[in-house]
Write a protein that binds this ligand. Sequence first.
Ligand code: CMC
Length: 392
Amino acid sequence: TDHFTYDPGFTSTGSCESKISFIDGDKGILQHRGYSIEDLAENCDFMEVAYLLLKGELPNMEEKSKFENDITMHTMVHEQLHKFFDGFRRDAHPMAIMVGVVGALSAFYHDSLDINDPHHRMVSSYRLIAKMPTIAAWAYKYSVGQPFMYPRNDLRYAEDFLHMMFATPCEEYKVNPVLAKAMDRILILHADHEQNASTSTVRLAGSSGANPFACIAAGIACLWGPAHGGANEAVLNMLQEIGTADRVGEFVAKAKDKNDPFRLMGFGHRVYKNFDPRAKIMAKTCHEVLGELGIKDEPLLDIAMQLEKIALEDDYFIEKKLYPNVDFYSGIILKAMGIPTSMFTVLFALARTTGWIAQWQEMIEDPSQRIGRPRQLYTGDVDRKFVPLHQR
Ligand code: CMC
């Protein structure tokens, strides 16, 4: 038709208007609701950023404490959901558990949910943000065969998550403030990133009027892939595979080889062609955290630094504008914090839920919103003569 454009991978197609996140990929700028990611990461906690993404303004003290209170009202998950966990193999990837359990939330909140009612939309958003740490920590607890820890509403958001991950009924877990702060910052840096693959998935699923909990489960499924959120796990596996700094050159050569599908995980970005501002903050945080935890000679960090140096000086990476992205450093911090590798992408999902649900709300409230329905370029056969089965 007249307006048809063929754009595989949507490199140049705007799918919506949005007031939430702004990216200038050439300048390495990311802003949420007009505030730079640097200012937010440096001065806010995750709850403030969540409030900003959802409501468009930074909260004052009173608004913030009410918001935190509202969120903590929803941190528990229905007892029936315990049973869902039991259905998974113990060695199930926690992202698989997340897709299943978050999808199952839709069965708990469906009949009573009218997505056209702003109050219902808000409560659904609060429920999702509040329950994600609980579900994420339980996915981990299930994998190690420990009892699930209930949320503690006297703790801050990131602290409570660490507590549910690492406390046991027989041992009190004192959350290290350095770790809690680093976790909070990691959550901020992953909170939203305009129309990336998983956010577009949530919007597309939601455009049909589907249940928001089911839409978020769709986002989690999309995020899982190694080209997207799964990269943080893939980075650490790659650094471990490289093993020693002197083998970095070998892997860089593999990544440049046209006949080898291997890519340097944590490098490259569809939009950032200069640097990823989140990666810069993450690198700084990484050094701070390792310093504060007294971790010296972290071999994986040495490999990462070497890799960064070699790649940044290499013509292939310069020409293709491939720079370390947010996932490059987050894995090293998470590992230093004692978070198992298989949980890295789960943490990304936990943080991004805020962005997903803010974007979902914006879409539902947009009067120009219609069901998302991409077209295609048909390249198959046409008008073939039908042959009955017995004559084929
Ligand atoms: N290592 C080696 N070569 C690469 C890499 C890499 N990491 N990334 C891109 N290239 C090459 C690619 O082979 C292609 O070369 P050519 O033009 O000769 O065919 C060129 O650079 C452009 O790549 P592309 O795949 O067309 O670019 P894209 O915008 O479709 O993909 C990307 C972006 C992030 C998926 C990709 O760079 C990649 O696979 N990176 C590794 C995975 C990763 O770190 N993902 C995390 C993304 S950031 C946060 C998030 O979303 O989770």
